[in-house]
Design a protein around this ligand. Structure first.
Ligand SMILES: NC(=O)c1ccc[n+]([C@@H]2O[C@H](COP(=O)([O-])OP(=O)(O)OC[C@H]3O[C@@H](n4cnc5c(N)ncnc54)[C@H](OP(=O)(O)O)[C@@H]3O)[C@@H](O)[C@H]2O)c1
Length: 331
């Protein structure tokens, strides 16, 4: 299995990363409880399936996701590219999080939990657009890079406008964006410039928080500690981060239309991830998982054949005609 994983170059780093990566928000909190044994199985299965790119953040479970990854990698000795994020800690909170001393302290905390000398990649964690526009935060990232605290820096953003501000910054290695069959705007707004500047594209929410796996229906209920219950309409944080900004009920209807288009032998989750991988501007897709079996299935998408062109055309039409206008929040 490891041999069949496709790798793609990560910006100008000289490193390649698996086309399917692993999102580890689930190993922190806000997805219900993922116990230690399942967390370990998820990470072990990822490595065994050829995945060597993990995405985490300092605030996922108050550092629990990073600590679990750090513990795992100390024992596994696997060469994994770990991308983390900073900017949303409550200590000291906004706007002081965006000053160099706080950023240094937050990065040091991640370095400690992950057990590394230098962070492979430090991403801004959806910081306000005006902070990106002011640009000083990128000078701080460059200072941390010069000091050897981080090897590279990038930004996770909500909208195309924010992505463009980041793409204009020298030294930016990566952009993390929401991109899936329900969220196709980046094809028009970001991909050409990212390719031109050799900036890696990290795709989050490939399954729109699981909606695009096709396993939910109108009777589905999420636990009280799962953001899919308490942020369905953006009550707790940005609406786009839950179900990719779609109202759950409308999302379910659209999923049925997609199911009808799924080629024989392919699951809806596989079609959704393969669709993303068919865009060559994409470097890695960081699908999240609460079960090890999901990781194995997702990793296989990297070795599937590209989807037929006619299906790409149909999915583009469907998005333009019926989905685009439903997305809440910034796009
Ligand atoms: N602001 C940011 O920078 C930001 C925001 C959000 C996410 N992220 C990162 O992006 C990663 C991915 O996004 P995400 O986890 O929010 O959304 P996602 O990858 O679209 O959805 C993950 C969920 O999809 C379901 N799933 C995964 N594989 C499946 C399969 N093969 N079959 C059926 N269901 C499957 C699981 O749901 P169940 O748990 O119901 O089984 C899983 O928890 C996160 O883990 C995190 O690292 C970053």
């Amino acid at each position: 299995m490891v041999g069949s994983m496709q790798h793609r170059p990560f910006a100008r780093s000289g490193r390649s990363v698996s086309a399917i990566g692993l999102g580890t928000w689930q190993l922190g909190a806000e997805w219900g409880e993922v116990g230690d044994a399942e967390a370990e199985a998820i990470l072990t299965t990822a490595i065994g399936s050829g995945i060597d790119f993990f995405d985490t953040a300092d605030i996922y479970g108050g550092g629990r996701s990073e600590a679990r990854i750090g513990r795992f990698l100390r024992n596994a000795h696997a060469p994994v590219f770990v991308a983390t994020k900073l900017g949303r800690s409550r200590d000291p909170g906004w706007p002081r999080n965006f000053e160099l001393d706080a950023m240094r302290r937050h990065a040091e905390g991640s370095r400690e939990r992950l057990g590394v000398d230098a962070l492979d990649l430090l991403q801004l964690h959806c910081v306000p657009e005006e902070v990106l526009r002011a640009g000083r935060i990128f000078d701080h990232l460059r200072a941390l890079q010069q000091d050897g605290v981080i090897r590279a820096f990038g930004a996770s953003v909500e909208s195309s406008a924010e992505a463009k501000l980041c793409l204009a910054q020298d030294g930016l290695a990566s952009l993390q964006i929401i991109f899936n069959v329900f969220r196709q705007t980046p094809i028009e707004t970001i991909f050409d410039e990212a390719r031109r500047r050799q900036v890696a594209i990290i795709v989050r929410l490939p399954l729109a928080s699981g909606l695009l796996s096709g396993k939910f229906d109108a009777r589905t209920r999420f636990g009280p500690d799962d953001h899919r219950s308490y942020n369905q309409d953006g009550e707790a944080f940005h609406a786009g981060e839950t179900f990719a900004g779609l109202p759950f009920a409308r999302g379910l209807e659209l999923v049925e239309e997609l199911r009808a288009l799924t080629p024989p032998g392919l699951s809806l989750a596989a079609m959704a991830q393969r669709w993303i991988l068919d865009h060559d501007a994409v470097t890695t897709v960081i699908t999240g998982a609460t079960r090890a079996t999901q990781v194995r299935e997702n990793a296989r998408c990297a070795s599937l054949a590209p989807l037929p062109l006619a299906l790409h055309v149909r999915l583009r039409e469907l998005w333009g005609a019926r989905v685009r206008a439903l997305v809440r929040g910034k796009d």
